[in-house]
Design a protein around this ligand. Sequence first.
Ligand code: UT7
Length: 328
Amino acid sequence: MNDTRIGLLGLGAYVPEKVMTNAEWSRLVDTSDEWIVARTGIHRRRFAAEDENTADLAVHAARAALDDAGLEPEALDEIIVATDTPEVYSPDTASFVQHRLGARQIPTYDLGGSGCAGFLQAVDVARSRAREADRHILVIGVEVLSRLMNLTDRSTCVLFGDGAGAVIVGPGDHAAEILASVTGTDGSRTDILGIEAGGTRTPFSAENSPDGRMDVTMHGQTVFKQAVRHMSAASLKALERAGLSRDDVDLVVPHQANLRIINAVGKALRVPLEKVFVNVQEYGNTGSASVPLALAQAHEQGRIQDGDVVLLTSFGAGFHWGSVVVRF
Ligand code: UT7
């Protein structure tokens, strides 16, 4: 291992144009704008157009991150795509992205099944692989949840949206340095959040997926509590590893699942809410895309200045969690 500074060299994001409002949901399922806003903070979300698939969103975000880094696709040494809604079942979405970007025949792989924690898990892996051999690694978080989720289950459908975010992880004196990362999994909690049908235990059938869509099994309140607990604990551990305290944090960019969860994490970390970035009202829960999308927007909006310490944190089905500390 060498001592080269490894960090984020560029950020990018993409959201589809189509806006789906709470009012539109209330015409399709038994819900209301009041319920959705009060329980989640979500006002609207974006849905991919009929001719847009996962790789399309991923490539848009990847090009934006490459532009931001001032790099050409040929500079990439590896691509990781975190997604639970891949372009096709096999091969991985990252293969499509490699070809569409015009990258070299570099290794690519997907990190799937980790729900919304996938992106930070991928950053954690990319950081050590970049450090090992000065690689430039494109890490993308992307979801087209609208295409696959059950549109009649009001307890889950109103929560999600589509989007993509990307970062380039690599060596460089001007990189936003990754100071520490902490990831973890509690495999005894596979029952609280997941998608049952489609695996070997319960293959798709006419009964469990009449229209080819996925049912999300979710124990909302348990997920809520686990999310707050693990995101705050992992964040404090990551700050400790970085030799920093909560007072050093300039901005927290948490997974955008629910405004109440975001506020509870801010409270548990004892970080003032004005230092917590929120865009869940605009995009809902975009799964693996949530953290890189929020990070790119926070940067674009001038919420992150040179020298700022930014804490990224997420959770997802598994039950997985991750926190990453970055100095811009
Ligand atoms: O990547 C996925 C991550 N998942 C999460 O982050 C979910 C974490 N959990 C949550 O965000 C919250 O638990 C929810 C937003 C999902 C639900 O909020 P809650 O305050 O925990 O509500 P609840 O599940 O206790 O449901 C309260 C009521 C129920 O009715 P009853 O039993 O009290 O009559 C639900 O049937 O709200 C009902 N309900 C709805 N009502 C209107 C559930 N979904 C809806 C809806 N519209 N869309």
